[in-house]
Design a protein around this ligand. Structure first.
Ligand SMILES: Cc1ncc(COP(=O)(O)O)c(C=O)c1O
Length: 471
């Protein structure tokens, strides 16, 4: 049985799964090993919600509100445009309550989130993330259109749904207030839909009126919100890689009137701070956690008296292991700078010297080599002998030639199928030489004399060129 069917069967017996009762009531942890100036900084561990993010709270609240208001009937369909986390929360609750769910997700979102919602039983429509409001493929417009087309559909629209901020006003705010023993000076938040900032602003303004708790915005560079807070001007949006926060418009439910200060944080700084948070404090947060903590650190360090500051670990870093916690991804995207050599070796992503090359031995079986290629998501491997010398290369075509008529050939050795006429280049070779190798349908093996440095593939060259694209 699929996850949805199991959870729905339980729901039909009037028993929602116990996991739903674990939403909210998340721990608050003090940061103790980072430079905080004169301040104290606490992080609310929203990564500990059942699907690993703050959005479980609003997913539950919005579905319950729709049920109460009669907008969602038994057997109905939930439709939402989501960067992933809201979708995960909604998919969990939908499965628990027996609803069909369709999610529209922009294509920059991490594969982990998409696999997770699919495994929960959601139907996924991937749309472009490089188009804005008004374009037929814009994710929110696509979701609104789908909701009109599907009978009995309810479009959640977290960007305009009052149950979204209400969830934070009723649960997140009071929890922080109690956990901080009614002593909070500032709260650093990111804005995706605006639910968190609006709900917390309302709550804190009630318990500490006249902006007694400062609301501080942490915004990705490229988002329009920090500039909007500072100048009330709507500037043109850029691009950013941090997920879940930052906008190219001001969402309907986002009340930014309580925000007193805004920090724009680059992707590079967000990722660096998230990685530092893991190394120093042992907290595995997502990409937006890096943005929030970076802004919180900047705020804390510029204070002249002690302040008690709260921010969020909005989602778990498990969702980003293949991205910002992956050193190769970071290097490929240009977020970590290696010492440039000024020659072709700068194009090598996996360096032999650093033990980063996925390779095969000449006497390994073809099956072993193939499994290694699949799990590392590469389409060729260099073949290295015991002394680390490159003696051949094995790619998917070599494998196919060998096994297409007789799959038993997977048991043969790598050396029986590999190409041993190597296309080697020295690090000082020209770009023209590299392109010539690619034109012959091959990848380049970079050798410094007899020393194997690594491979250069078309993808490596494309990533290198992208990093050097004029801004
Ligand atoms: C991953 C992620 N999703 C969502 C949010 C909050 O967004 P919203 O404004 O929708 O409450 C945050 C907030 O920091 C976040 O980091």
């Amino acid at each position: 049985m699929r996850a949805t069917e199991i959870l729905a069967a339980e729901a039909s017996r009037g028993r929602p799964p116990a996991i739903v009762s674990l939403i909210g009531d998340t721990p608050l942890l003090e940061i103790t090993r980072m430079d905080l100036g004169p301040c104290q900084l606490f992080v609310k561990l929203e990564n500990q919600n059942p699907t690993g993010s703050i959005k479980d709270r609003v997913a539950l609240a919005m579905i319950e509100a729709a049920e109460r208001e009669g907008k969602l009937q038994p057997g109905g369909t939930i439709v939402e445009a989501t960067a992933g986390n809201t979708g995960l929360g909604l998919a969990l609750i939908a499965a628990a309550k027996g609803y069909r769910i369709v999610l529209v997700i922009p294509d920059k979102m991490s594969q982990e989130k998409i696999s997770h919602v699919r495994a929960l039983g959601a139907e996924v429509r991937i749309v472009r993330s490089d188009v804005t409001r008004g374009h037929p493929e814009y994710y929110q417009d696509t979701a609104a259109r789908l909701a009109e087309e599907i009978p009995g559909a309810y479009y959640v629209n977290q960007f305009g749904n009052p149950a979204n901020p209400a969830a934070h006003e009723r649960s997140t705010g009071p929890e922080i207030w109690e956990q901080m023993r009614h002593d909070v000076d500032a709260c650093v938040v990111g804005v995706g839909s605006g639910g968190t900032v609006t709900g917390l602003s309302r709550f804190f303004n009630r318990v500490r009126p006249r902006r007694g708790v400062e609301m501080i915005l942490a915004d990705p560079e490229g988002s329009i919100l920090s500039e909007y807070v500072r100048t009330k001007q709507l500037v043109e949006a850029g691009n950013w890689a941090v997920e879940g926060i930052g906008e190219d418009f001001v969402p309907d439910i986002a009340d930014l009137s309580y925000v007193t200060e805004a920090f724009a944080i680059s992707d590079a700084e967000s990722f660096a701070v998230a990685r530092e948070l893991l190394r120093r404090e042992g907290i595995l947060g997502g990409s937006s956690t890096g943005t929030l903590v970076a802004a919180a650190l900047r705020y804390c360090r510029k204070q002249t008296r002690r302040k008690r500051v709260v921010t969020f670990v909005c989602d778990t870093g498990n969702k980003y292991l293949s991205k910002m916690y992956n050193d190769f991804w970071m290097a490929e995207q240009g977020f970590v700078q290696r010492q440039p050599q000024g020659n072709l070796s700068d194009l090598i992503t996996h360096r032999a010297e650093a033990g980063e090359v996925i390779s095969a031995g000449p006497t390994d079986s073809l099956l072993t080599a193939f499994k290694r290629m699949r799990s590392a998501d590469v389409s060729q491997v260099p073949v290295l002998d015991e002394s680390g010398r490159a003696v051949g290369i094995l790619d998917e075509s070599d494998l196919l030639v060998k096994v297409h008529s007789d799959p038993a050939q997977f048991n043969e050795t790598v050396q029986s199928a590999m190409t041993d006429k190597l296309e080697t280049l020295s690090p000082s070779a020209k770009m023209q030489d590299l392109l010539a190798v690619f034109n012959r349908g091959r990848v380049a093996i970079v050798m410094d004399g007899s020393k194997f440095l690594g491979l250069i593939t078309r993808t490596d060259l494309l990533s290198y060129l992208r990093r050097h694209m004029p801004k």
